[in-house]
Design a protein around this ligand. Structure first.
Ligand code: AMP
Ligand code: GLY
Length: 426
């Protein structure tokens, strides 16, 4: 089969790389891709949200399956676009329909969905400009810290966690008057949950499901989880506290009620569900749903899937995930992200990346990279390269990942040095 992967990050490189190992795949196209995806397939310079252009590729390249990497095309309704087009309706698309994508596209929708379906999550109160005074008073009834979430997509920046009541009330007003544009026209105020976070990933055909390897993401820019939030600076899989007991709770309290809820609400969901969970004293609570895989978690996760991923996705689209062979590797993977100097604030692009040819026994996923006019690989984004290594322990995988990432360099390159350290003696 021919596969089109939509997106351009480390996640899409990892997915395309995994798919490229399948004997059932003839050719992989990535739109728009990056310098790394060009090593496993053919890049096509088309935006994932330009559905007409995506349609043209699918027809001209005889694509059998489309894997949607980022959330925006799903929230914009790419699945419905395919289903409603005579020429595309038989093409497999991995992702939920537009209504299902609201689980990520609207925090208020996701919270209502969880409440309707009895799924454990922090209690919440939804505010718009119509009930702003109630929102302000509601904050007074809560204990610090205060969690304020923009309802819509805000490039991962729409969540504020604030210790001071007055500051929280001011930020609520700021958000409602456009701090995150239209995304914060509605704000969800949530109770703060204290615990350790973990990302769990489910692949579902709407009825059956497979739990992919879980991962822990490191979101802050600096060691010790300090500094600004980023898209993710590293990941580790597996996560030690995700044992059989915890996984059983996640299945019974979260995954199965979620799938039942989707069915009851007539949502067509053939794709990934990313559960952002908080482990509160051994009990899982949903912090957020995403309707795609995580980045850089995917780099850690894909390298631990010991199965033909193209066949898994095909079975997902065809509604027979229960029939597919699936195993995971017992190894631990550690992913370290190398970023541009200044990220997540201002950073420069176009820096030549050296050393990529000298790495051994690691998976190198490109994120913000491209070829310049001279054919050199240069930086083209904040997150640039993710190095994933494996070992029998977190320590062993960490040592390998750090050993190899030291061989890569570009002007201003930075990375965290503590990925996985907190999980070693847990
Ligand atoms: P989200 O975009 O919903 O994942 O939120 C971003 C980050 O804020 C999460 O990864 C958590 O670290 C934190 N967070 C969100 N909601 C809560 C909550 N209710 N309690 C504690 N931390 C939270
Ligand atoms: N690494 C977090 C995310 O992909 O949303």
């Amino acid at each position: 089969m021919n596969i089109l992967v939509l997106g351009s990050g480390g996640r899409e490189h990892a997915i395309a790389w995994k798919l490229s190992q399948s004997h059932n795949v003839e050719k992989i196209f990535i739109a728009p891709g990056n310098a790394g995806t060009a090593l496993v397939g053919e890049n096509i310079s088309v935006s994932p949200t330009d559905f007409q252009a995506v349609r043209d590729i699918v027809i001209s390249k005889k694509i059998d399956m489309v894997v949607v990497g980022p959330e925006q095309p799903l929230v914009d309704g790419v699945v419905d676009f395919f289903r409603n087009d005579d020429k595309l309706k038989n093409v497999r698309v991995i992702g939920p329909d537009k209504k299902g994508a609201q689980l990520e596209g609207s925090k208020a929708f996701a919270k209502d969905f969880m409440q309707r379906n009895g799924i454990p999550t922090a209690s919440c109160f939804t505010v718009t400009s119509a009930n702003i005074d109630e929102g302000i008073r509601h904050l007074e009834t809560m204990n610090a810290p205060y969690v304020l979430k923009a309802d819509g997509l805000a490039a991962g920046k729409g969540v504020l966690i604030i210790d001071d009541l007055q500051e929280a009330q001011n930020e609520l007003r700021n958000m409602l008057s456009g701090k995150f544009g239209d995304a914060s026209a509605t704000v969800v105020i949530e109770t703060f949950l204290k615990g350790i976070e973990v990302s769990m990933f489910v692949l579902t055909d709407g009825k059956h499901y497979v739990i992919l390897p879980e991962a822990k993401d490191y979101k802050r820019i600096c060691d010790g989880d300090k500094g600004l939030n980023t898209g993710g600076m590293g990941a580790v899989s597996p996560v030690p506290f995700v044992n059989a007991d915890f996984t059983k709770k996640v299945r019974e309290r979260i995954i199965e009620p979620t799938l039942k809820g989707l069915e009851k609400e007539n949502i067509t969901y053939k794709g990934f569900i990313f559960l952002g969970l908080m482990n509160v004293n051994g009990n899982p609570y949903v912090i957020e749903y995403n309707v795609r895989m995580g980045d850089p978690e995917t780099e850690s996760v894909m390298t631990r899937i010991d199965a033909d991923f193209a066949l898994m996705l095909e079975a997902c689209a065809d509604g027979c995930l229960d029939k597919v062979a699936y195993k995971t590797s017992p190894k631990t993977s550690v992913t370290v992200m190398m970023v541009s100097g200044g990220y997540p604030e201002h950073y420069e692009k176009g820096k030549i990346i050296n050393g990529l040819n000298h790495l051994n026994n690691v998976f190198v996923a490109h994120a913000g990279t491209k070829f310049n006019q001279d054919g050199n690989i240069v930086t083209s984004g904040g997150r640039v390269i993710a190095v994933t290594a494996h070992g029998d322990s977190i320590n062993e995988a960490r040592d390998k990942a750090y050993n190899e990432i030291e061989k890569i360099n570009f002007d201003g390159a930075a990375f965290r040095h503590d990925i996985g350290l907190d999980l070693i003696n847990i």
